[in-house]
Design a protein around this ligand. Structure first.
Ligand SMILES: Nc1ncnc2c1ncn2[C@@H]1O[C@H](COP(=O)(O)OP(=O)(O)OP(=O)(O)O)[C@@H](O)[C@H]1O
Ligand SMILES: [Mg+2]
Length: 245
């Protein structure tokens, strides 16, 4: 049941932050500096929005957390891994602890919702029975139990995002990152997806959401991390989308 996710997520809790960036800079091969001297901490169970204008560095920060992007300077710790000097052979282990969803869903089109969800665990070599239980639980959490045998092209955008979220949480991640998860969805469905992310957070998963959805951010009054020109210019509890004053 749902409580399993929280129970399992809390195993090994030691009070250390789930995410910790210490003076991190990202510089692309082009020479562009996408992040400059960013330091922040996300503790277990937190929910935070990451906001800022286009090009501010939000996706670069998301990429850092799963080692898609390497820091030019500074330290990145995620789910107990030292990401900045993680050997390539250990990157898959880091990625099992972190679920990610994107604006464009990125589902495998030739696999059903259930198969998309299972695939994330199959590649880890988990036992079949374990995969079945975890997949059904993840599909139940996102509310796709009845649509599990559909292919992505037979789903609405909101349903596809739910499927992507099921895939992201099926392995009981410590951290769920969403990079503009509602960028392709209408306002009502955007709210439903954001509520789902909130429910998953309530199950004990730390959640970071990069978004341009000013309505949602300002209404929910969660922690807001504000990036601008690669710098962290705001870190507010119960923040709004735009800086106040
Ligand atoms: N692979 C890359 N090579 C060179 N520059 C890059 C690369 N990826 C991103 N950038 C640059 O880094 C800066 C930050 O980009 P990033 O995608 O992190 O911004 P963002 O805040 O996610 O923007 P958006 O809201 O449009 O998604 C931008 O100026 C972008 O052009
Ligand atoms: Mg982006």
């Amino acid at each position: 049941m749902m409580s399993n996710l929280a129970d399992m997520t809390n195993v090994g809790e030691g009070g250390s932050p789930v995410v910790s960036l210490n003076n991190v800079s990202v510089r692309y091969p082009s020479g562009h500096v996408a992040l400059a001297g960013v330091s922040l901490t996300l503790n277990r169970g937190e929910f935070a929005f990451l906001v800022g204008p286009s090009g501010a560095g939000k996706s670069s920060l998301v990429g850092l957390l799963v080692r898609d992007v390497l820091p030019f300077a500074g330290e990145v710790h995620v789910a107990g891994y030292s990401v900045h000097d993680l050997p390539a052979s250990e990157v898959p282990y880091l990625r099992r602890r972190v679920g990610v969803v994107f604006q464009d869903f990125r589902l495998l089109q030739r696999r059903t919702v259930r198969e998309n969800t299972a695939f994330a665990l199959e590649v880890t070599g988990a036992p079949v029975e374990e995969i079945e239980v975890a997949v059904e639980r993840a599909l139940r959490i996102v509310g796709l139990g009845k649509l599990a045998d559909r292919y992505p092209d037979a789903l609405s955008g909101g349903e596809q995002q739910r499927a992507a979220i099921a895939r992201a949480i099926v392995g009981n991640p410590e951290l769920l990152i969403a990079d503009e998860p509602t960028g392709n969805l209408d306002p009502l469905i955007s709210w439903e997806i954001m509520e789902l992310l909130g429910q998953i957070n309530q199950l004990g998963v730390t959640v970071l959401v990069a978004t341009h959805d000013s309505d949602i951010v300002t209404t929910l009054r969660k922690r807001v991390l504000g990036l601008e020109g690669g710098r962290l210019i705001r870190d507010e509890q119960r923040g709004t989308y735009h800086r106040v004053g």
